[in-house]
Design a binder for this molecule. Structure first.
Ligand SMILES: NC(=O)c1ccc[n+]([C@@H]2O[C@H](COP(=O)([O-])OP(=O)(O)OC[C@H]3O[C@@H](n4cnc5c(N)ncnc54)[C@H](OP(=O)(O)O)[C@@H]3O)[C@@H](O)[C@H]2O)c1
Length: 338
């Protein structure tokens, strides 16, 4: 099999394709011949040495794949063999053969492409947890979605529009036209405009009821101020830690994080809520997550959600795939194909 390794922290060019013997599925696992692997911002942060959850290097990154099952480990129904699937992987997804526990492998409908399947686990489950499970978004409410052009941003917009809510999105200016066509009601170029001020204007001074914030640092402070009473702020990333080279960016993001403002007294007095989401840390809780997958598949079948593929890169173009995301060029999901 071929795998893409991060052997040391650094620029995208540290990613290397290597060959290895095919793995054998352990008890409880299925082996998948991979047709598409998802690339996520967390992979970029891991490659930069800024992702605390990443195992010690060298490591094969990757949280999600889609393809066809070709072998089953002990205790797993052999009826899975030959089925088209998508799956969540705890690292190791940048490979053309992957073994995953059966509970994290999901049957892929015959009319869902492997590229669409590999776009679902991370982006759509994160969006679902943020908007539906913890954000409790309602039809009459307004949600501010940061990085609206990213994989999670587009998934979140689709779920929010399905609910009937109003969506304000932040994104680089070149993406606005396409994002408007994808359902974002109001767009803010966060690189030239103050998103807090603009969102306040858009809502006639009222503020917003839900914010999805993967940026971290100062963005959380502004977001908390922007919440209307009963508003909820969902923190789920730290992309601003990549704004400066090396650990300087991380230090600046941490220094700007509103540790003191988010305390029980200020939350009570403001009638506001702050919550956090880390999909990787809840993923093993299958009984909780499985119904989210089922509900999302129902929405996919009805056409209410549909992954938007930004670009597919070959395995030996993995460095270009990481540049593409880090340079903020993607509108939608970035994938690798063996
Ligand atoms: N906690 C979780 O479970 C979880 C799960 C999935 C993702 N996340 C987080 O959610 C965020 C988005 O993930 P994704 O996979 O949707 O992203 P993505 O598809 O890789 O898109 C990244 C986009 O983020 C925007 N961005 C905003 N600030 C940035 C910065 N400082 N540096 C680089 N890009 C920046 C850029 O678009 P614009 O310039 O147009 O805004 C960029 O195109 C990331 O922070 C990721 O770590 C968290």
């Amino acid at each position: 099999m071929r795998q893409i390794w991060i052997s040391k922290a650094g620029p995208p060019e540290v990613l290397q394709v290597k060959e290895a013997p095919d793995p054998h599925p352990a008890a409880g696992e299925l082996r998948i011949r991979v047709e598409a692997s998802g690339v996520n911002f967390a992979d970029v942060m891991g490659r930069l040495g800024l992702y605390p959850d990443l195992p010690r290097l060298p490591v094969v990154p990757g949280y999600e794949v889609a393809g066809r099952v070709d072998a089953a480990g002990g205790g797993v129904d052999v009826g899975w063999i030959g089925r088209d699937v998508f799956a969540a992987t705890h690292f190791g997804g940048y490979a053309d053969v992957v073994c995953a526990p059966q509970a994290r492998v999901f049957a892929r409908p015959s009319n869902m492409s492997a590229q669409e399947g590999a776009s679902i686990p991370v982006n759509y489950l994160t969006a679902w947890q943020l908007i539906v499970v913890m954000g409790g978004l309602k039809a009459h409410e307004t949600v501010l979605i940061h990085s609206a052009g990213g994989g999670v941003g587009i998934a979140a917009t689709q779920v929010a529009k399905h609910i009937g809510a109003t969506v304000i999105g932040t994104a680089s200016a070149g993406k606005h036209e396409e994002l408007r066509a994808l359902g974002v009601d109001h767009l803010i170029d966060y690189r030239t405009e103050d998103f807090e001020e603009r969102a306040r204007q858009i809502t006639g001074g009222r503020g917003v009821e839900l914010i999805l914030d993967p940026v971290g640092g100062d963005s959380l402070k502004k977001g908390f101020r922007l919440l209307a009473p009963t508003g909820r702020l969902g923190a789920f990333g730290a992309s601003s830690a990549t704004n400066k080279a090396g650990y300087l960016g991380m230090a600046s993001m941490l220094a700007n994080t509103p540790w003191v403002q988010f305390n029980p007294l200020s939350l009570m007095n403001a009638n506001k809520g702050v919550f956090g989401v880390n999909l990787r840390h809840i993923w093993e809780d299958f009984d909780r997550v499985q119904p989210w997958v089922d509900q999302l598949m129902g929405l996919w079948e009805s056409g209410a959600v549909k992954p938007k593929i930004a670009r597919v890169f070959k395995f030996d173009e993995a460095a270009a795939a990481h540049h593409f995301i880090q340079d903020r060029k993607n509108i939608g999901k970035v994938l690798l194909a063996p």
